[in-house]
Design a protein around this ligand. Sequence first.
Ligand code: ZN
Ligand code: ZN
Length: 324
Amino acid sequence: MRAMVLDAAGQPLRATELPEPEPGPGQVALEVVACGVCRTDLHIVDGELSEPKLPLVLGHQIVARVVGRGGRFAPGQRVGVPWLGWTDGDCRYCVSDRENLCDRALFTGYDIDGGYAEHAVADERYCFPLPDSYQDLQVAPLLCAGLIGHRTLRFAGDAERIGIYGFGAAAHIICQVAVHQGRRVFAFTRADDDAAQAFALELGAEWAGDPLGPSPEELDAALVFAPAGELVPVALRAVAKGGSVVCGGIHMSDIPSMPYELLWGERVLRSVANLTRADAEEFLALAPAVPVHTQVEAFRLERANDALARVREGSLRGAAVVVP
Ligand SMILES: [Zn+2]
Ligand SMILES: [Zn+2]
């Protein structure tokens, strides 16, 4: 099968032919129809997440058709495969409904080969039926940008005034969910990024502008999707007493030293790690009800490096998806 492979951090992905993977016990064989590109993929390529299996097929927003017998899935059924690929089920985190924190978790497109290929295999317990109202390309970004983004929003509690820092794939989905829930959204993008600001306003944000300028209003919560640690004190400064700053990414540049007064007033600073299967079920039911409309740019599999470059530039409108 055709695949794009990471041989070592810091190198571009290499187009190659690999043997079609054979499903092991409990796994389903999948024919990949699309795979979303995530900022996390870039962190793996850049060596910021330092322990991937190598060589590695990236990609953890896999839209695929089940080939042959597929456990609880019918042959040909469309399923999604997210980042969480396996957990042990018996560590202290798993037994307390926090499988996202499992000590032995395996992640798709990091510990397990992912979806930048024509075929993949996955543990059927971590695959999900996808809502019929979405086309293959459009449903892909729901699988990480959507469901980890939604977990991030959930940690904002019932906050009314939400600041979103960084307006990429996750933000373009979560902005729609937040507006649907009756919240007010303020989008903070790079000062000169007129396209991202216009995009945020189209999706229902009531204001879009520069994070380094004053916030137009005090915020009740801030969601930081940009992997830029310097935004953490900026966001803390913008939230009201009792408000939360929730960091939605897996990696961030260092957070600068800051005065305690930014955290004082019972402000909360927290991260979001991975997802649970319950998160996936909840969000894949919610997205078509909103309904969330995703915007995608498609890249042929062999152009996966171009897709990653566009994520790095921040020049996409919505999400990138590779198509084998
Ligand atoms: Zn566990
Ligand atoms: Zn992701």
